[in-house]
Design a protein around this ligand. Structure first.
Ligand code: NI
Length: 142
């Protein structure tokens, strides 16, 4: 390990409680080690594909449609980037929660950027991008 930096992170109490439960189940001795592993995992996951590689992907979003202007913001973003979006599926899970799955196709950097913007939109409770490169995947066929 290189030099150590200490950071302070503000986190929702409920979320932290769930995180503590999660890391206890995984056998972590402390939060720092668990945070480091999560960060490494995310960094590795986003670095596999070259920026200009052609990829397909899905972004899954969970959000409360009562959050002010959130559905509009997500729709605006998708219209702005219609050239990388193949399709969007929307499911009304219950009175509040929506599930949206956006299917993307294009250069890795464009897909990643749009996914990041959708996921980081204020009010989105959970978001995840799953990306696959048909070219890379083809190399693994036997
Ligand atoms: Ni809905």
């Amino acid at each position: 390990m290189g030099d150590l930096s200490r950071i302070g992170v503000a986190i929702d109490t409920q979320l932290l409680r769930r995180f503590d439960h999660f890391i206890a189940q995984k056998g972590y001795q402390n939060r720092s080690e668990a945070f480091r592993d999560l960060i490494r995992d995310r960094l590795v996951g986003s670095a596999v594909v070259a920026p200009n590689a052609f990829v397909v992907g899905t972004v899954t979003l969970i959000y409360d449609h009562h959050t002010r202007l959130l559905p509009e913001k997500l729709t605006d973003l998708q219209h702005e980037h219609h050239h990388v979006i193949i399709s969007t599926l929307h499911a009304h899970l219950d009175h509040e929660s929506c599930l949206e799955v956006v299917v993307l196709r294009g250069k890795s950097k464009e897909v990643q950027k749009l996914a990041d913007r959708l996921i980081s939109t204020k009010g989105v409770q959970h978001g995840r991008l799953v990306m696959s490169s048909p070219e890379t995947a083809a190399d693994h066929h036997h």
